[in-house]
Ligand binder design. Sequence first.
Ligand SMILES: [Zn+2]
Length: 304
Amino acid sequence: MINGRRGYIVDIQAEKLYLLKEGKRMAGLFFGTAGVPHSARTRTTIDGIKRIAELGLGCMEIEFVRGVSMGESGARLVAEVAAEEGVKLSAHAPYYINFNAHEPEKITASQERLLQTARIAALCGAQSAVFHAAFYLGDEPDKAYGVIKDSIGEVLERLEREKVRIKLRPEVMGKPSQFGTVEEIVRLCKELEELAPCMDFAHWHARTGAENSYGEFVAALKQFEDGLGRDALDDMHIHFSGIHYGQKGERKHLNLLESDLRYKELLKALRDCRVEGLVICESPNLEEDALLLQETYNGMLEEG
Ligand SMILES: [Zn+2]
């Protein structure tokens, strides 16, 4: 009854809604946009969700990247509309987070930003909240890792105490100055098991300079499966877009058809590895590429 776009049980209480969703295993791969689609009637989250449904897409990531400006009552309304429309939600935490900051007050501020994102996103009925964990700031990656893990561990404890139920997902990042190789994210999610990964294929492509072939995509997915078990691929969170990159990794996002990202090979890898979860399109043209991905993927499913 949770499955199917119009088949939701409407419950305005986000907590209950979450439990309903929890009880049912998510099936398949859902495509959507990073933020409100360009063609939405207004820039509000609610009009964004409605537009996602009209377009026949499956999900949307709420962008709190410049701060969490939504209040509790607004979040409850978002949960209600998303349930009615059958749109799955995730959230993106503010960019101003660094769990390896050298000043303790900056770590505390980062923790507060992630906590606030998690609380509001959970009320929205979002299943995940994605965040950029840290910059190395010249530290040895291993030393940074310990600090980052401890700082995030404290956030997880607070959420547990507050009974806020949402998956926090550290993201694979695109610049060598940023914490977040696939190996680091897998290790972090293994050692703090409440976490789950957010795989950003554009970041990964920019950072590793990989050829972005089918074989490499499968190998990257396999790294998650080997480190975290089959569950990781059964409930994956993916960011996807074309990317312009240079020596220092990521420069800016591009539309898929203007980029060298071999998205068909990537979709084929997702299909063959039976990956399920949300695919969030971060191309500048948002819904256009999200629809391109969804149509291409569905075509591949029919091919078998
Ligand atoms: Zn991100």
